[in-house]
Design a protein around this ligand. Structure first.
Ligand SMILES: NC(=O)c1ccc[n+]([C@@H]2O[C@H](COP(=O)([O-])OP(=O)(O)OC[C@H]3O[C@@H](n4cnc5c(N)ncnc54)[C@H](OP(=O)(O)O)[C@@H]3O)[C@@H](O)[C@H]2O)c1
Length: 243
């Protein structure tokens, strides 16, 4: 199946990480669908991608973090694009540094876990059945690398949220050891920024997008975890494609 016949659902595709992935997938000739809760973010995405690829981008307003919202937008999606062959999930938020736990509320923790873990689980449950039984399909989770240690003072809840998503991905690999769809994860141990908002050690979201698009294109062996620590790791991922 050529790239132009593949339809990638990019969950979180209007975000920092997701927008780089969406642009790179479109540049490779894939059709891409993006769901966001905000129509203004989808408009920004439309003007961000390469103009010649715009016709291959479908955008829908919806909330994939609630069970009802995910089902509703799934029906609208299938009506518009007909099928989904691949999913890339980069749901969550970019950064959280609200302070050490004793200064935070249960509501803060709930928001963190809801945005990082619950949305990842609810959307996986809704959309994985679309690709699960096809060995030509892929489902790729993009996660942070937190979990092993605190990123820096005040980021504790981010660490808790990221660790829960990491654990969820591991659980899926172990609960579904032989599922036909390629179930993969890209674990990012660095900050990610847009070209105008970079900091030392950050990955450029465009370069990250190209690496993720290369992984989707070549349908990496299932149950692999690609760990990215620095920009050089992204180049390695892209080069592997041509071996
Ligand atoms: N940015 C970094 O430095 C970095 C580094 C390492 C790992 N990561 C990981 O990459 C992932 C994405 O980060 P990001 O920087 O791209 O965050 P972001 O810019 O805030 O984008 C996150 C996206 O998730 C979407 N989302 C969250 N809940 C949703 C829901 N219920 N329904 C629909 N969409 C929902 C948001 O959609 P809306 O458009 O609806 O708001 C947004 O487009 C996270 O898991 C993060 O841990 C990021």
């Amino acid at each position: 199946m050529s790239n132009s016949e593949r339809v990638v659902l990019a969950l979180g595709g209007a975000g920092t990480v997701g927008s780089g992935v969406v642009k790179a997938l479109l540049d490779k000739g894939f059709k891409v669908a993006v769901i966001s809760r905000e129509s203004s973010r989808l408009e920004r995405l439309q003007s961000f991608v390469s103009p010649s690829t715009k016709e291959n981008l479908t955008t829908l307003v919806g909330d994939v973090g609630s069970e009802g919202g995910a089902e509703t937008v799934k029906q609208a999606l299938l009506k518009t694009v007909g099928k989904v062959t691949d999913v890339v999930s980069s749901l969550g938020f970019s950064w959280w540094q609200g302070g050490p736990p004793h200064t935070q509320s249960l509501k803060d923790l709930h928001w963190v876990v809801e945005t990082l873990l619950f949305s990842t689980f609810v959307s996986w449950k809704a959309f994985f059945p679309l690709v699960r039984d096809d060995s030509n399909s892929t489902y790729t989770f993009i996660t942070g690398g937190a979990g092993e240690k605190l990123l820096m003072p005040g980021t504790g809840f981010l660490t808790v949220g990221a660790a829960s998503t990491l654990a969820f991905c591991k659980v899926l690999r172990e609960e579904y050891p032989e599922v036909p769809c390629k179930l993969n994860q890209v674990k990012i141990n660095a900050g990610v920024g847009t070209p105008g908002h970079m900091a030392p050690g950050f990955l450029n979201h465009l370069e990250l997008g190209e690496a993720v698009a290369a992984l989707v294109e070549r349908r990496s062996p299932s149950h692999s975890v690609v760990t990215v620590n620095c920009p050089a790791d992204l180049k390695t991922v892209c080069l592997e494609r041509s071996l």
